[in-house]
Design a protein around this ligand. Structure first.
Ligand code: UDP
Length: 236
């Protein structure tokens, strides 16, 4: 459960509002726990899925990653900045380098994972870093790595809900780290996937850009219509 009482329920999930990215970085990742980026898709996924709902409720911080969540919070009288998970991850990596934290970079394809690690070592000057791609055979390899290497921060780029389910299991064997699921963030970081152009970001239309560039996501995006209906009829 979130360790701070300043939360607001969205679809049964206690979301912590943040005034700015700076405030979010100060609060998130400073101690062991589990942060989850909440967007419309995840909020709805949890409504019919008790297992996933319980996993997200076991997180220590849920933050508003999607504009839909920011709007629902606002409707409930709570102001929050939008905290895009991929930007938060970059900020946390800068902070980890500054404070000499040990990071375990898990997930994405081998080449992406390796390039992300190289960039963090080279450009961010992150000294304590271990890594593993997201296509491993045995989960026990990861658990063993964590217990042996004892990182402070574990970021997992394997897409939802797999990454959150994996984190919940890893926390049982190694609770001492701060964990965060980061989806396609490493791909964006190394230039393998493109982030929406500035104008889409400014207009809060990153979801639309993603839909246009990956039309096969249309079925995932239908959920936005359901979310909009629930938002407008105060069902969230
Ligand atoms: N991925 C992985 N292992 C898997 C499946 C996916 O490491 O078994 C990685 C994939 O290479 C990509 C990320 O997970 O880097 C998925 O990103 P996506 O943008 O689909 O995540 P979302 O945030 O949309 O759930």
């Amino acid at each position: 459960m979130p360790d701070n009482t300043n939360t607001c329920q969205v679809g049964g999930l206690p979301v912590t509002p943040f005034k700015s990215m700076t405030e979010a970085v100060k609060t998130i990742g400073s101690k062991p726990g589990f942060a989850v980026a909440i967007n419309a898709e995840k909020a709805l996924m949890t409504i019919d899925n008790d297992e996933f709902h319980n996993i997200l409720r076991s997180a220590t911080i849920l933050y508003a990653d999607g504009i839909a969540i920011v709007k629902t919070l606002k409707k409930k009288g709570v102001n929050s900045a939008r905290i895009p998970g991929c930007d938060l991850w970059v900020e946390l990596m800068h902070d980890a380098a500054r404070t000499d934290k040990h990071v375990y970079l898990l997930g994405a394809k081998e080449e992406v994972n390796r390039k992300a690690a190289e960039k963090l070592r080279g450009e961010f000057n992150l000294k304590k870093l271990n890594r593993k791609n997201g296509y491993f055979k045995e989960e026990s390899e990861i658990a063993r790595d964590l217990q042996n290497l004892r990182p402070d921060i574990v970021t997992v780029a394997m897409g939802s809900p797999q990454q959150e389910k994996l984190i919940a299991r890893l926390r049982e064997v190694y609770p001492e780290a701060f964990y965060m699921g980061v989806g396609g963030s490493y791909d964006v970081f190394v230039g393998e996937a493109k982030r929406a152009p500035e104008v889409f970001q400014r207009l809060n239309l990153e979801w639309l850009y993603r839909l246009l560039s990956e039309p096969k996501r249309i079925f995932r995006q239908f959920i936005l219509v359901k979310y909009a209906y629930m938002h407008l009829t105060n069902r969230l």
